[in-house]
Write a protein that binds this ligand. Sequence first.
Ligand SMILES: [Zn+2]
Length: 313
Amino acid sequence: MEDYPRDQSEFERRFATEGACRDYLARLRWAEGFACPRCAGRDVWKTRRGLLVCRGCGYHISVTAGTIFQDTRKPLLLWFRAAWALTSQKTGASALAVQRILGLGSYETAWTWLHKLRRAMVTPGRERLQGQVEVDETFVGAPEEGRHGRRMIHKTLVVVAAEKDGKGIGRIRMRRVPDGSAKSLHPFVKESIEPESTLHTDDWQGYAGLEGYRRKVRQIAHSGKTASELMPRVHRVVSLLKRWLMGTHHGAISHEHLDYYLDEFTFRFNRRTSLSRGKLFYRLMQNAVRMSPAPYRCMTKGLRGRKKAKHNL
Ligand SMILES: [Zn+2]
């Protein structure tokens, strides 16, 4: 059963103690009931510090071991609040906002937590898009680049796929790619879209030669129409993405980290019809206890101009 807080006050009531947070993670992690990783025993007792001890073999296990919360020195209470801030608001939250909400001393901590949580926004083994799917690429860049015109060197190419759902949009996928070559675009299509689906693309050669798909080529050159008229869904998604990057994050995103934001945008977009924001929180926490921890040093590559060495995560 999907068990999640419906609103802010319910969230605060439910997760008022470390124990309540730990119990929630344990229920998500061992949805079928606890089984000892060493002897498969199902009977445990809990120490005062919240460790689980197997009655069969004495094995000690922490509910956070092997999850994105592993080795954290901060209370789970704070992690839960960060996850709630990220999921309960329609546009998400910036690292600066989360630092303020949680009263964290360090910007890097807030930044790293959000990135860890964003990693958990991709559900392992999620289904690919299917049916009629529009695919196109777009450049995403930082705002100051406008002064000198379109300098591609500072822009990042992102490929976007959007399912048709009648006149509307179904689910989406997106990814940063080095260029528009077949070598870059084909893997994205194969990993994001079910074979036998129909791809709606422009006549760009990077999409040629994809086996197992039907392809409908929209000729922009002689159609008298723009790309956004011919592939309205993908272009609608792109404009929402750009607005969100500029709005919530003020465009202050380095290219190395753009993938995390694309994952967050996709997570939220694909759940935009969800009646309860709490459901997004639930899905995020469910993924978070299934994911391996990412070392800090993997993420801070490119966290420029900020002190990296000192951190207390
Ligand atoms: Zn055991």
